[in-house]
Design a binder for this molecule. Sequence first.
Ligand code: DGJ
Length: 732
Amino acid sequence: MKLLTVLLAGVMAVTPAVADIIRIDTPSSSLVLDARKGKKLKHIHYGGPVSDDDVASLCDALGDGVTSYPDYGMLGPAETAVSAIMPDGNRSLDLRVDGVSAGDVDGGKVTTVTLRDTAYPFSVDINYLVYPGEDVIETWADINNLDKKNSIILTRFASGYLPVRYGDVWVSHLYGSAKNEARVECAPLGHGIRMIRNRDGVRNAHTSHSEVMISLDGKPSERNGRVIGAALCYSGNYKLMFNTDQSNWHHFIAGIDEDDSEYHLDPETTFTTPRLALTYSDRGLGGVSRSFHRWGRAHKLAHGDRQRKVLLNSWEGVYFKITEKGMADMMADIASMGGELFVMDDGWFGVEYPRDNAKAGLGDWMVDRRKLPHGIRGLLDTARRNGIDFGIWIEPEMVNTASRLYREHPDWVLKPANREPVYGRGGTQLVLDLCNPAVQDFVFNIVDTLMTSYPDIDYIKWDANMNIKNHGSQYLPSDRQSHLFIDYHRGFVSVLERIRAKYPDVTIQACASGGARANWGTLPWFDEFWVSDNTDALQRVYMQWGDSYFFPAMTMASHISASPNHQTQRRIPLKYRIDVAMSGRLGMEIQPRDMTDDEKAMCRRAIAEYKTVRHVIQSGDLYRLQSPYDDKGVASLLYVTPARDEAVFFWWKTRTFFADQLPRVTMDGLDPDRRYRVTELNRIDNKPLKSEGKVYTGRFLMDTGLEIPPGHDLDKPDRVSWASRVIRLQAL
Ligand code: DGJ
């Protein structure tokens, strides 16, 4: 067998015609496939880097190997990644390797294995994309109907299939609900099927997330062990499935959820699946997170190389009660605290049907002059006078029945024929039919009109507060209704492509009743996501911990809000609220008018200090040190620059027990031989920490760690609860 290696720098020339074994290497991993022409494509290895000798040994050990991207029909009861119904009703496929090619895609090197059916004009191109220096392999399938006359029906169309050797394998993933997003769940894989799916239709990260970590060495650890990370980059319905059967394998299949979504593929057309991003690390969950963060910032995320601004968002400050004076006051306040941006949330629009609450107005994106006599221009001028930027909220995929849009275009909403729709928020909300190109134009025009009228808008908060309750498109023909879920997201992406082509610079937040659009299939067009409508700082420790498994801090909108908290009613001191918000993209979600001068001064100082370290937090490597889920009474993490010359250490107490024994947290990711000076940020204590201003080696900080007192040195009785610390480390 010949060996075909795709090296990252593109050093090795590819000779497809003679390729039998394909090896796709990243700095810390290898994927090996057996691609003998005329045979089934076989999976040989995905894990740590292997040499040519190792490949030979792997082939010996595996014997026949496992079919990669298995097709339905001739493989018996095996799990399959693709199935189709041919024009004559034949439901079987028999795909064999036809060739291997290589090319350049999106700044990376792609290897494509073409599988062709032995009897029908049908082929599948399986793609593997690597970017120079990144430890992620993106894989996806292009499924081709080569028939010149007839359509076929796709009934299964996974993005990727990965066999994982049977063993003590654990899966960690995120699940949750609105206001309780991104909770970490972790369990061993037993026999049978474990399915992670989301069928919301519009958003897809409130409940289960489309990313998993697969720990190969038993119970997951942050710092050690072999872990595979898999992230399905898709904004719509998905299904991630593990089938642990009687074989030597846990079969992992990930892709669009095919239920109620069989897809008719017209003659001579291609169905391209979303990408599945895979990464491997022998440095535990943390290693996988760092790979995803680096790859995401460099190749996926909108403006992954740009630092995010500190902002105030109006929602929890005024809710729907938008007034010109209220907005002006908030702008003056955030400017005085050193913020850089103000975002006006819901409630600013609707003329015939004013948006005074959630029941009316969506779809009518005209300023309500009763509330804002000088319109958006007036607000932009006020922002400029305050030396800050201005952003605005929209929910462009939705409509209320109480709107001019609905009156004029009732045919633009998703609903099945012959039925009254089921309504969402406010009892009147419906989802617009993004399968319809006229609706796509309408949604594009919402942004286009705003941006052409007010080119100085700096930021858009793009919200989405309803799922697809009504399966029915008034645009799609009756025999294509099963395309609804997929075509909705194709429409969504096509609108975003148009927006980004015309407005590449504007910052856009993906908000979806909170964190329901935290996904790598959404972030290419968005700069960040709103983590949750729950801004309680303690619960945010858990939620942001979860999101950090897959998403870097710069994507996590993390705001200081009021106490008692509006969602949990919990009272948490401002210091703690600041220290939690600072570990992501810092912002505020509060009515500054209700803050005391001392509180404002504290926020002013925190924002100033955040600015000195935000490059570390937003663009550094993350080391999760002590998990809140371990229930040790403390959670802690650290960001460090790639050069390891600066770090920021976060430490939050997660409970208050008398005489509690808190662990001393050891750091990670520092240079053992460098010496780091300690400076506490957001300090409130009368006396500084014993370590303040002192210098420690990276080795000491990683082997022993700083002793953090369990409380604060304050002149008030409660010195123990809600302790938290943010410590800056600077290499000498
Ligand atoms: C849901 C979002 O998550 C909130 O932040 C806020 O924008 C409201 N929608 C506005 O209706």
